[in-house]
Design a protein around this ligand. Sequence first.
Ligand SMILES: Nc1ncnc2c1ncn2[C@@H]1O[C@H](COP(=O)(O)OP(=O)(O)OP(=O)(O)O)[C@@H](O)[C@H]1O
Ligand SMILES: [Mg+2]
Length: 340
Amino acid sequence: MSSASRRDRLQPLPTPPSSPEEGVEEGVDAGSSEQGGGVPAPLTSLVGRECEVGELGRLLKRADTRLVTLTGPGGVGKTRLAVQVATEEAATFADGASFVPLASIRDPTIVAATIAQALDVPVAADREAVEALIDRLHGHERLLVLDNFEQILAAAPLLTALLTACPRLTILVSSRARLHLSGEHHWPVPPLALPATDGEASNGRLGDSPAVRLFVARARAVDPDFRLTSANGATVAAICRRLDGLPLAIELAAARTRVLSPPALLARLSHRLRLLTGGPHDVPDRLRTMRAAIGWSDELLSPATRTLFRRLAVFNGGFTLEAAEGVGRRSEVGGLRTGD
Ligand SMILES: Nc1ncnc2c1ncn2[C@@H]1O[C@H](COP(=O)(O)OP(=O)(O)OP(=O)(O)O)[C@@H](O)[C@H]1O
Ligand SMILES: [Mg+2]
């Protein structure tokens, strides 16, 4: 669908004509790192996600979609998917796509100012950042990606304010928890698809699985001779299954193939948190070890919910709501019942 057709269906408020120079100054061109809020260009290959990118693209093009929240555990690939979708969909928005990383922000009261800064929107001392943002974005047909919102959930009403005042704005959020806003499309990001069961472990079929493909791609980055063979295929598949298809865990494990053979790696996965460390130096600490990825979510829990999760650890392989009520206080289990 072209940007024109999206615009036609939206029937936005009248927009003042903007010159090309304005567009450059405002940094609306997705993919350019020179402009404010440019969508970052990843340094590694994207594996799989064709269906997810297509489905999200269709959702974002719908006139009744204003806010989409990608949710899921740390390292499942929310940011990676958001970047890909923004890159592919930027052209369908007349004013392009902008990407604002928020993981470094812990204070919900500075979110508007942070977005304004990322988009190169000047905020005068006597003005609220949200007003300046609305002034800039009002009339723009733009996709705004807000990455990592879970630690600033209290700022979610800001998004309602922006969407209400800017009728042609669409927001795509990545967050470990949903925002609970009116009109929010909640979109849980699944792990990468795993290969079929052991019995069907022919190498051709294993190589079709995105989880296995990610393992092989990252293993080859540290050992150019690494290949999926009939000798190691079933073990690589077992490693990916053991890691539940979680991209971050697969990347950290694959990086170990420089010193550990797949069977040695699989054997050590009984101590997953000890093994899954040593991510690249240029990614946030949160993504350098699985322990830190989980710790980031743990820190955001209330003391009561943290206690509940510790108690739930007695259930190996999942639990029912009734079982949870058996180990936790009714008030603590309430959040699980409502799906939070
Ligand atoms: N489909 C994919 N193909 C290749 N690499 C991927 C894919 N999905 C995720 N990754 C990689 O896995 C790692 C974790 O992904 P990402 O940062 O998107 O997770 P996240 O869900 O946003 O985590 P967090 O909640 O901590 O922000 C990154 O190194 C990312 O590049
Ligand atoms: Mg992320």
